[in-house]
Design a protein around this ligand. Structure first.
Ligand code: C2O
Ligand code: CU
Length: 515
């Protein structure tokens, strides 16, 4: 029985006790019992009251169900998706509106699910992390998420159960700014995804193989546990990717072989086409919804002006290409040339690409394998960006520092935070505690050989020293990255690697407000 099923069975037994029963626990000092803010308690309700709402509600339905997806070029994949398509239909509202989203769980095999609103600083009980903020939405059941989204930007939604994110269960979520300061003629939302489901196997099969680790390939020759495959011959390598190297990512780029890389759900041989007119300014909203792939993105024949990352504005910078980790978003402006241009998402270190097409005039469409020279042009990493004035955090002294050490490796596939594999059945066992009103610094210390895109729920931190506001940031191997945030959204929030497989085996922690 895999962890997803084990967890949902446990939750079914939780009954009326629900999440409130987890209120008391041990603080991170390990000695004093600390009461933590309850996701459905008064502190969360009070924070929601502070949010400026328009009073307008925006209703959407998301039905999670099996679907046969058309990836283009005659390729279909049996997967799970929202209302039969991947990406799911774009959700768009105006800042301050209330999103009322009804999730209907029609997934097979008693699969429980949830919806997590990635990047949105929303009320904790709507964050969609069972069993931390709600009970799972069981197969056949419905759940309505209702919250004010008060910060404009580019976000997305995905389940927060197991590795369901690596199915087709994701959709862009755009919060418009009623006083949008940027001027542009059009928008194009571009969702990137690494695809395996229904082609070579399912994400659960990928996870099962990865969990075996590299078995006998472990140089220590240790840990040949019963789950490990024999050192040679018998080891299954259907999904595990070896030798994916990227200098930009500091070495090992990824763990998983994906047969396709999709841009807006299509393969390069039969891409989505964005049609526009030469000279028009277009805002691209780039979202990496992948499970295990960073994308290097460029639009052939164009430079891009970076205006936002993870929904928040930055001081504008011109680039040829951007590297986007899982869970990260970038908004860029481009002024369209005349002709047909490839928007290419190079799977960094994996020697494969996804592609969409921009067409503003005649001319032959670029080949599916095209690699525009911009991919090797000027690139900026997040730490080279600066927060825009209006979103930069005021400088103040830090009240609380948490060291967040990333450890583990491929040999045993034992990715952890602070040496502990996160236990979803006992999520408040080792919280990183904060108090409302504190300025908090997280020091990510990456002791592993691999990069990790570290995502914090419910807050948009700032890269230390005036860097951009973000909720997901790449931490390179053997490097340290500090981020600060103001503890202004009480609740229990996940902090984890947005590699779906790293997170699921335990590279997660809980940031919890003391009551
Ligand atoms: Cu995009 Cu914890 O998630
Ligand atoms: Cu990771």
């Amino acid at each position: 029985m895999n962890s997803i099923h084990r967890r949902s069975v446990l939750l079914a037994g939780l009954g009326a006790a629900g999440v409130g029963a987890l209120a008391a626990c041990t603080s991170d000092s390990g000695t004093t019992p600390a009461a933590l803010v309850d996701p459905s308690g008064p502190a969360v309700a009070a924070a929601e009251k502070q949010r400026k709402g328009t009073g307008r509600a925006h209703h959407v339905n998301l039905t999670a169900a099996p679907a046969v997806l058309d990836l283009g070029a005659g390729i279909t994949a049996k997967s799970w998706a929202f209302s039969g398509r991947a990406p799911g239909r774009e959700i768009r509202l105006t800042a301050g509106d209330t999103l009322a989203a009804e999730l209907s769980n029609q997934l097979p095999d008693r699969t429980a699910t949830s919806l997590h609103w990635h990047g949105i600083a929303l009320r904790n009980d709507m964050d969609g992390v069972p069993p931390v903020t709600q009970r799972t939405v069981r197969a056949g059941a419905n759940f309505t998420y209702r919250f004010i989204a008060d910060a404009p930007g580019t976000y997305f939604v995905h389940p927060h159960v197991g590795v369901q994110l690596d199915r087709g269960l994701y959709a862009p979520l755009i919060v418009d700014d009623p006083r949008e300061p940027l001027s542009y003629d059009d928008e194009w939302v571009v969702v990137l995804d690494d695809w395996v489901d229904g082609v070579t196997g399912t994400p659960d099969e990928v996870l099962a193989e990865l969990r075996q680790g590299m078995g006998g390939m472990d140089m220590d020759g240790m840990d040949m546990g019963e789950a490990s495959a024999p050192p040679s011959g018998g080891m299954s390598m259907r999904f595990m990717l070896m030798g994916a190297e990227s200098a930009l990512l500091g070495g090992d780029a990824g763990d998983v072989k994906y047969p396709y890389h999709l841009v807006n759900g299509r393969v390069p041989a039969d891409p989505e086409v964005y049609r526009g007119r030469p000279g028009r300014r277009v805002r691209l909203r780039l979202i990496n919804a992948g499970g295990d792939t960073a994308y290097r993105v460029a639009l052939g024949g164009h430079r891009m002006t970076v205006t936002h990352t993870d929904g928040f504005p930055v001081e504008h910078q011109q680039v040829d290409t951007l590297l986007i980790g899982m869970g990260e978003r970038y908004d860029v402006l481009v002024t369209l040339g005349d002709g047909a241009f490839p928007l290419v998402a190079l799977a960094e270190g994996k020697d494969a690409t996804g592609m969409a097409l921009v067409r503003t005039g005649s001319g032959a469409a670029p080949k599916a394998t095209v690699r525009p020279k911009e991919l090797d042009g000027r690139m900026l990493t997040a730490s080279e960006l600066r927060a825009a004035d209006d979103v930069r955090l005021a400088s103040r002294k830090v009240d609380r520092v948490h060291r967040v050490e990333l450890s583990g490796g491929m040999a045993k596939y034992n990715w952890t935070v602070n040496g502990k594999a996160f236990d979803m059945d006992d999520p408040a066992a080792h919280p990183l505690t904060v108090e409302e009103g504190q300025r908090v610094r997280l020091d990510f210390v990456n002791s592993t050989q691999m990069w990790h895109p570290m995502h914090l729920h419910g807050h948009t931190y700032q890269l230390d020293g005036g860097g951009p506001r973000k909720d997901t940031a790449v931490v390179l191997p053997k490097k340290k990255l500090s981020v600060v945030f103001d503890a202004d959204n009480p609740g229990r929030w996940m902090l984890h690697c947005h590699n779906a497989y790293h997170a699921e085996v335990g590279m997660m922690a809980l940031v919890a407000y003391r009551d």
